[in-house]
Write a protein that binds this ligand. Structure first.
Ligand SMILES: [Zn+2]
Length: 94
């Protein structure tokens, strides 16, 4: 128990800036990307396969996976996808 095997090297530190992809609830492909725009203060979660898109306010404490879970929530709730809109989302101030 607890013995370290030295002959076995596992390279773990490969990921650096790879885009994080998640599975799309609509088309089933793992093509959902999270792009965070800190300057404009919003986060776009978009499936590059079917175009399902939701935009969220940027929150520095959230991880991409958190936006993804909101993405899933929106989809479950039937929130219309923003795939076609080019204007900024008019979020209600908190
Ligand atoms: Zn999709």
């Amino acid at each position: 128990m607890g013995r370290r095997r030295k002959g076995r090297k596992i390279r773990v530190r490969v990921k650096k800036k790879l885009p994080t992809l998640f599975q799309c609830p609509r088309c089933g492909f793992t093509t959902v990307g999270v792009s965070i725009d800190k300057k404009l203060g919003f986060v776009t979660v978009r499936c590059s396969n079917c175009g399902l898109t939701y935009v969220f306010e940027y929150n520095q404490y959230l991880q991409p996976v958190d936006y993804y879970s909101r993405f899933l929530d929106n989809f479950e709730e039937g929130v219309p996808s923003e795939e076609k809109s080019e204007e900024l989302p008019a979020e209600t101030p908190e």
